[in-house]
Design a protein around this ligand. Structure first.
Ligand code: ADA
Length: 607
């Protein structure tokens, strides 16, 4: 299979800090002269990309402003009609780029990927005579950026914090593709599906002036044995010049040959798409992996592949003391291995879309993933602002378009702890859910995460009920948490209530802070013992009520850095210390609690 010409731009770059705040974001074309002057006169210093600038120099630790980055590169193309794109995995938060002095595009928001067409500005060839300059700004309080509030409970690092590359695409090409499966079981007792249909829809782009005639060949292979072809289909295509069109390849797969995907058995298939011209030559190719799985709720219980399922989960921030949000792929993998060791079968990327490598590893290792847009703790006035709603919708579109073809994604989350008990919150969520449901047609849940308890006004929109609850930490006592859960369960059972039919309840956040190494006979606050006892109580009690509690997601996986001036209280070491491993991934007592309790629960569900 031919692969597109791609270039990785990770490595040594140059950077310049705009200490005097002289570059204001604005019209990228008008800024060309100013940027050009800075490029030739400023003092550049070397840096590594991906990274976050806050951890490069002491004086940059709390720098929330603008930094320029610069890199020289060479790029080759095979045809003058090729498109050359600059791709970013994530830049926090506002990004503007100039290639060889010309404005080449911009992007808002730090946790989604984007590509910019730089064809018109590059000089293809062998020498490094192209220069890209990237403006990055990480200030708060812009309605076109999420998170909106300054008081987030993690660190707002700035920088080009994920991989950067260049990709050369042929004029007639596969621009995008979407997988959709439908799995039916003959009865609730069936262990094997009766039918599996699979559809691959391909968006073909033709950038040349001439019309294109050819075919798309879709092949589904078993990743384990690779040679086994599960299905193969050729679809004839015909696209006018400067146009695009969508083509469908539909499969009815033989269910006896398909091994389903499940966290305990993450069976993957490689779906390969080849675009052939009318001479049968392959001119473009793409591939992705898919796992066939069916997730559903029946009343208050979850089912995966027709078997009862409980979400044995946690929440995770992408953070490390040395790398900030730019955590290396090897550490991402390690994090997920630790989760598997703890018998975790799902986790939430709280509170933003993660590095895309995370999803590849979830697919492979067997972890369901809940991906969230950073609509974090918005108040009623934020949600009444149409610009904030537009940003949230765009965030969802970008997240969905990058990650839709990952079987690990079990749910999309629209928000966390907003004022979803207000009229404004209701209107905001109604609009956001409608938008998301119009885009997501596959087998996934859509939720938002709430701490509003019985006051919540949006549970009817959500596919399961979410409760963030910190009784026993911020107030109350841990023994009391079931009073709230029972109350919500009763409300859900009340047929006259507007919350709709009963659904599983998931404890989406609960936890306690613990400083690793601080042990205490009397389980004093901040000790590992206190945290372990609290998690033990919550998980054990939830398991006793798993006829309507569909899972628990501990808050959280690893200790995570916060910003001292904006989170002065209750954050010793300037960390949120509620991880069951610390920031270096060293386990606390709570790790063993999670591991043991989840092992027991798993056995209870599927003895
Ligand atoms: C909230 C919030 C988390 C974190 C947590 C805590 O529930 O959703 O981001 O701040 O509280 O540790 O207090």
């Amino acid at each position: 299979m031919i692969m597109r010409n791609t270039l990785i731009l990770d490595g040594t770059w140059q950077y310049w800090i705009d200490e005097k705040r002289s570059v204001k974001a604005g019209d990228g074309i008008q800024l060309e002269k100013k940027i050009g002057d800075i490029v030739t006169t400023c003092e550049w210093k070397p840096c590594f990309v991906p990274s976050t600038w806050n951890l490069q120099q002491k004086k940059l630790f709390r720098f929330f402003g603008t930094v320029l980055f610069k890199k020289c590169f060479a790029v080759q193309r095979t045809s003058p009609d090729d498109t050359i794109e600059l791709t970013f995995g994530g830049v926090n938060s506002k990004c503007m780029t100039w290639v060889n002095g010309k404005f080449a595009g911009e992007h808002e928001n730090g946790y989604t990927s984007f590509s910019l067409d730089i064809t018109a500005h590059v000089h293809p060839g062998n020498s490094d005579d192209n220069t890209v300059v990237v403006y990055v700004n990480n200030e708060w309080g812009h309605p076109e950026r999420l998170p909106w509030t300054r008081t987030v409970d993690w660190f707002n690092y700035g920088g080009i914090h994920r991989h950067v590359g260049i990709i050369v695409k042929p004029p007639a090409r596969i621009e995008d593709f979407t997988f959709m499966d439908e799995i039916e079981f003959a009865s609730e007792a069936s262990t094997k599906p009766g039918s599996i249909s699979f559809e691959v829809s391909t968006n073909m782009e033709n950038k040349s002036d001439l019309s294109f005639e050819g075919a798309i060949l879709v092949t589904i292979r078993d990743v384990k044995r690779y040679v086994n072809v599960l299905g193969s289909k050729k679809v004839m295509v015909n696209v006018d010049g400067k146009n695009h069109a969508v083509f469908l390849a539909r499969f009815n797969l033989d269910p006896s040959l398909v091994e389903l995907w499940h966290p305990d058995a993450p069976n993957l298939y490689s779906v390969e798409l080849s675009l052939e011209n009318k001479n049968g030559e392959v001119i473009d190719a793409e591939r992705a992996r898919w796992g066939f799985r069916k997730v559903e709720t029946r009343g208050t219980r979850f089912f995966v592949n027709n078997r009862p399922f409980t979400m044995l989960g946690t929440n995770r921030h992408e953070d490390h003391p040395s790398f900030g949000a730019a955590i290396p792929d090897t550490l991402i993998f390690k994090d997920l291995q630790i989760m598997k060791e703890a018998n975790i079968n799902c986790f939430r990327g709280s509170h933003y879309p993660v590095a895309k490598e995370t999803l590849d590893f979830c697919d492979e290792l067997g972890l369901f993933f809940i991906e969230e847009i950073p609509a974090y703790q918005l108040d009623a006035s934020h949600m009444a602002n149409p610009a904030v709603l537009a940003t949230a919708k765009r965030y969802f579109e970008e997240m969905h378009s990058r990650d839709k073809n990952h079987p690990c994604i079990i749910a999309w989350s629209m928000s966390n702890e907003t004022q979803s008990d207000t009229i404004e919150g209701r209107a905001f969520h109604e609009a956001l859910y409608a938008h998301a449901r119009a885009i997501e047609k596959g087998n996934r849940f859509i939720i938002h995460v709430s701490q509003k308890r019985a006051m919540e006004r949006c549970y009817d929109l959500s596919d399961f009920v979410t409760i963030n609850i910190y009784d026993g930490w911020y107030g109350g006592d841990k023994e009391g948490f079931m009073n709230i859960v029972n109350l919500i369960h009763d409300i859900l059972l009340d047929e006259d209530h507007e919350l709709g039919p009963p659904k599983p309840i998931v404890l989406t956040e609960f936890g306690a802070g613990a400083i690793r190494g601080y042990r205490s006979w009397d389980a004093a606050k901040w000790s590992e013992d206190f945290q372990a006892a609290l998690l033990e109580h919550y998980i054990k009690t939830a398991m006793e009520h798993d006829d309507f509690i569909g899972g628990t997601w501990t808050w959280m996986f690893c200790d995570t850095r916060v910003d001292l001036p904006t989170r002065p209280d209750g954050r010793p070491r300037s960390y949120n210390n509620k991880g069951f491993v610390d920031e270096f991934r060293v386990p606390k007592l709570a790790f063993d609690v999670v591991r043991q309790r989840y092992a027991e629960w798993k056995k209870k569900i599927n003895p």
